[in-house]
Design a protein around this ligand. Structure first.
Ligand code: ADP
Ligand code: MG
Length: 703
C-alpha cells in the first residue's frame, strides 16, 4: 500500500497483517437480506431494492437531488445533498436500484439520506451479502469502504496461510473453556453469520470474543510473570541494618507508628536483607502515612551503607518530600538532595557530584532523577511515590539505571490508588504487595457535601468563617486536568476523558481559572490572606506559597490540581473543589485527602455546575457516601473501567486492544491457571504469545 494509507492505518495502530486482524468491528450492518420498503421502520439500517419512479432536483434552502423509489410494498425517498449530473441521469425512471442506508422519517414520509446504492438489472441476480457487514473504528481519510477490503485480504491470507496466526493455546484449554481456535474466532468476529447472537456480541460475551480477550490478558499476565522470574535471578545488595537510624528518627517523632506501618516496614526490611531485588508495592489510602514508611525503608538502606533515590510525580511533591525528609534526616547527619528538571548549570553539577561521590544519602526528584548523567555511587534502594502517575516502562527504566557491579537496587513502589486483586494480576503480577490498612489515630473522617455552584456565595462565606476560626482552606480550580511534568498524561486512543478534554493548552486554561478565582476571592475576602499556586509558576514561587501555607501564614490557598497528590498540611481542614463534576472518582478522593490530616473535623465541599450527567452524579454521590479508598476504587472500577483506575491509560501500562478488564474479570482465574500450564508444559509458546499481543518491545528491555 502507499505511504498515505499506511500513515492513516498507523493512526489506528495498524502496522501489520496481524494488527488488521485484531482491529475488530465496533458493530455490524445486516446486508444479508432485502427488506420490503413497506416493512421499514425509522432508525433501522436496511438493504432495499425498488424501481425509480421519479428523480428531480429540488431547490429548497439548498439544492438537492430527490429520487422516489417503489417496490410494490411501499415507497421511499432517496435524498442527496451532493450529486452530479451523471447521478441524476442514472437514477432515471424505471431503473432498478439496490440501496443500503439508515431509514429516517422525513417531511414526505420515509427517506434515506445519501444511501449507498447501485443499479441492478432484472435479468441477472445480484447476490446479497452472506455475512453481517463489519463497521470498523476509522480515522480521518479512511472510510469503511477503504478498510473493509484490507481486512478481507488479511482474512483471505489467513485462510490460505494458516501460519499467519499460529495457535498457541493448547487444545486441552480450548476444549475445557469451549473456545474456538484463534483463526475461527478472528474470522467469526469480522464476519459473523446472519443468525449470529448480536446481543452477546454487543456485550463482548461471545465465545469468539472471549477467546481473543482471554489470550490478550494471558499475554500480559505471562509477560509480568517472566519479568518477575527474570528479576529474581538477579542479585541485589543485601542490606543489613540493625535499625539504629530508624529508632533515632522514631524517637524524635511526636507519635508512634501504627500497627499497619510497623507491619509493612517489617516486610520491607526482610526483603531488603535478601540478595534478590525487592519489588514491593505498598498500597495505603491517602493520609495513611506512606512517607514515614518510605523514610524508614530509606534509613535501613542508608544504615547499611547505601544510597536511596525517591521519585515523585510532581515537582510540588518532590519539594514537600525534601522539606519533610530534611527535617527528619538532618538531625541524623544525613544529607538529602533534590534533583528536578528545573535544576540547571552549576547547581545541578554540584548535586550530581555529591550523588556520584556517595555523599548524598537520599536523592529526591521527578523522573529527571534518572537521566543519563545521574550516577550514584552505591544506589541500594529506589522508592517511587504515587506510582499511579508513572508507567511500567518508567518503573523498569529506573531499575536498569541503578544497575551497578552486577547488582540491581531494591525497589519500593507506593500508591494511594488501591488495586483490586484481579487487576493486579494483569497490571502488577511482577510485584509483591503490602497494604497499610489503618489510618493514624485521632483522625476524624472528612465530611463531604455536594452543592450547586449557584450557592457559591454561601461557600465563600463558609471559607470566611473557617479561616476566621484559625483554620486553613484549599480552593481547587479543576477546570481541566493539569500535569506539570514533561511526560504529561497524554490521552490514549479512544479513551473517553472523564476530566473533560485534556486538550493542548489545558494547563494554561486551568492556571488562568485559578488566577481569576484567586483575584475574585481576594476581593471578596479582604480580611483573609489568600495565595495562589499553579503549575506554571516558577519553582521558587510555588515553594514559597507552599511554605507559607504550611507555616500558617496563608489562610486560603487557591490552587489547580497540582496539589492533587501528596500535599500534607494538617491544619488545613476545609477543601472546596470547583467543577467537581469534571473529575474522576479517584482524583477527587486524592484531592479530598489533602484535608482530614489533623485532629480537627474536616469538610470537603464539592461544587458542581448543573446539569449533572448520570455518571457525574454517581461519582459525587459515592464520594459523599464513603471515605474508604478501597470502596471508592471498587466504585470507580464499576463506573469507569480499570484502565482509568490504574491510571494506566495515561501512563501506558496496559494497552489492551480487545480485552476489557472490567468486562473480562471473570476470565482471570482461568488465565492464571493457563499461564502456569504454558510455562510448565509449553514453554516454547510463551514468548511468541507475548510478542503477538505486546509487540517486540514486550520484554521491557533488559531488566
Ligand atoms: P500518605 O500516605 O497520603 O502519603 P503522609 O505520609 O503524607 O500520607 O502522612 C499523612 C500525615 O500523617 C503526615 O502529616 C504524617 O506526618 C502523619 N503521620 C504518619 N504516620 C503517622 C502516625 N503513625 N501517627 C500519626 N501521624 C502520622
Ligand atoms: Mg504521600
Amino acid at each position: 500500500m502507499g505511504p498515505r494509507l499506511a500513515e492513516r492505518l498507523a493512526r489506528l495502530d495498524i502496522r501489520t497483517v496481524q494488527d488488521l486482524l485484531f482491529h475488530l468491528p465496533l458493530r455490524y450492518q445486516d446486508r444479508t437480506r432485502i427488506t420490503p420498503i413497506g416493512a421499514l421502520r425509522p432508525g433501522v439500517e436496511a438493504v432495499i431494492e425498488g424501481e425509480v419512479q421519479l428523480t428531480q432536483v429540488q431547490f429548497a434552502r439548498k439544492r438537492m437531488l430527490l429520487s422516489q423509489l417503489h417496490d410494490g410494498t411501499g415507497g421511499i425517498t432517496l435524498r442527496f445533498f451532493h450529486f452530479n449530473a451523471t447521478q441524476q441521469s442514472t437514477l432515471a425512471r424505471g431503473v432498478r436500484v439496490r440501496c443500503f442506508g439508515e431509514v429516517r422519517f422525513g417531511k414526505a414520509g420515509l427517506e434515506m439520506v445519501h444511501p449507498e446504492y447501485r443499479l441492478v438489472s432484472e435479468s441477472s441476480i445480484t447476490a446479497v451479502e452472506e455475512c453481517l457487514t463489519p463497521v470498523y473504528p476509522t480515522t480521518e481519510g479512511l472510510h469503511q469502504q477503504g478498510i473493509r477490503p484490507l481486512t478481507q485480504r488479511a482474512l483471505e491470507l489467513l485462510r490460505n496461510h494458516p501460519d499467519t496466526l499460529r495457535e498457541w493455546l493448547p487444545d486441552a484449554v480450548l476444549t475445557r473453556l469451549r473456545f474456538p481456535t484463534l483463526r475461527e474466532a478472528v474470522a467469526y468476529v469480522h464476519y459473523p453469520p446472519p443468525d449470529a447472537p448480536l446481543d452477546l456480541i454487543e456485550q463482548g460475551a461471545h465465545p469468539a470474543q472471549r477467546r481473543l480477550a482471554f489470550e490478550e490478558l494471558l499475554a500480559h499476565h505471562l509477560s509480568l510473570r517472566l519479568l518477575r522470574q527474570r528479576v529474581q535471578r538477579h542479585t541485589a545488595p543485601e542490606l543489613e541494618a540493625r535499625g539504629k537510624l530508624m529508632a533515632a528518627l522514631l524517637a524524635e517523632l511526636p507519635f508512634s507508628l501504627t500497627h499497619a506501618q510497623q507491619r509493612v516496614i517489617g516486610e520491607i526490611r526482610r526483603d531488603l536483607a535478601h540478595a534478590m531485588p525487592m519489588l514491593r508495592l505498598v498500597q495505603g489510602d491517602v493520609g495513611s502515612g506512606k512517607t514515614l514508611v518510605a523514610a524508614c525503608a530509606a534509613l535501613h538502606a542508608i544504615e547499611s551503607g547505601h544510597q536511596v533515590a525517591l521519585m515523585a510525580p510532581t515537582e510540588l511533591l518532590t519539594e514537600q518530600h525534601l522539606a519533610t525528609t530534611r527535617a527528619w534526616f538532618t538531625p541524623l547527619k544525613l544529607e538529602v538532595a533534590l534533583l528536578t528538571g528545573k535544576l540547571k548549570g552549576k547547581a545541578r553539577a554540584e548535586v550530581l557530584t555529591r550523588i556520584a561521590s556517595g555523599q548524598c544519602a537520599l536523592v529526591i526528584g521527578t523522573h529527571a532523577l534518572f537521566q543519563e548523567d545521574v550516577n550514584f555511587a552505591r544506589l541500594g534502594l529506589v522508592i517511587i511515590d504515587e506510582q499511579h502517575r508513572f508507567g511500567v516502562h518508567q518503573r523498569l527504566a529506573l531499575r536498569t539505571k541503578g544497575f551497578n557491579h552486577g547488582r540491581y537496587p531494591h525497589q519500593l513502589i507506593m500508591t494511594a490508588t488501591p488495586i483490586p486483586r484481579t487487576l493486579a494480576m494483569v497490571g502488577y503480577a511482577d510485584l509483591d504487595s503490602s497494604v497499610i490498612d489503618e489510618l493514624p489515630p485521632g483522625r476524624t473522617p472528612v465530611e463531604t457535601v455536594v452543592i450547586a455552584d449557584t450557592r457559591r456565595a454561601d461557600v465563600v462565606e463558609r471559607v470566611h468563617t473557617a479561616c476566621r476560626a484559625g483554620r486553613q482552606a484549599y480552593w481547587v480550580c479543576t477546570l481541566i486536568e493539569e500535569s506539570d511534568d514533561a511526560q504529561g498524561r497524554a490521552p490514549a486512543k479512544g479513551s473517553a476523558s472523564v476530566a473533560g478534554g485534556r486538550m493542548p493548552g489545558a494547563t494554561t486554561l486551568q492556571c488562568q481559572a485559578a488566577i481569576d478565582t484567586a483575584a475574585q476571592l481576594t476581593a471578596a475576602l479582604p480580611e483573609l490572606r489568600v495565595a495562589l499556586i499553579h503549575g506554571r509558576m516558577k519553582t521558587k514561587e510555588k515553594e514559597q506559597a507552599m511554605r507559607k501555607f504550611k507555616q500558617g501564614e496563608i489562610d486560603l490557598l487557591v490552587a489547580t490540581t497540582v496539589i492533587e497528590v501528596g500535599v500534607d498540611v494538617p491544619n488545613a481542614s476545609l477543601m472546596i473543589v470547583e467543577n467537581a463534576e469534571r473529575l474522576g472518582l479517584a482524583q477527587l478522593h486524592q484531592l479530598r485527602g489533602r484535608v482530614g490530616r489533623g485532629a480537627t473535623a474536616s469538610h470537603c465541599v464539592l461544587m458542581y455546575h448543573a446539569p449533572l450527567s448520570q455518571y457525574a452524579k454517581a461519582r459525587l454521590t459515592a464520594l459523599r457516601a464513603t471515605n474508604d479508598g478501597f470502596e471508592i476504587a471498587r466504585k470507580d472500577l464499576e463506573l469507569r473501567g480499570p484502565g482509568e483506575v490504574l491510571g494506566t491509560r495515561q501512563a501506558g501500562l496496559l494497552q489492551l486492544h480487545i480485552a476489557d478488564l472490567a468486562r473480562d474479570q471473570h476470565l482471570l482465574p482461568e488465565i492464571e491457571q493457563t499461564a502456569v500450564l504454558l510455562l510448565n508444559s509449553h514453554p516454547g509458546h510463551v514468548q511468541p504469545l507475548i510478542r503477538r499481543w505486546l509487540g517486540e518491545g514486550a520484554q521491557y528491555g533488559e531488566v
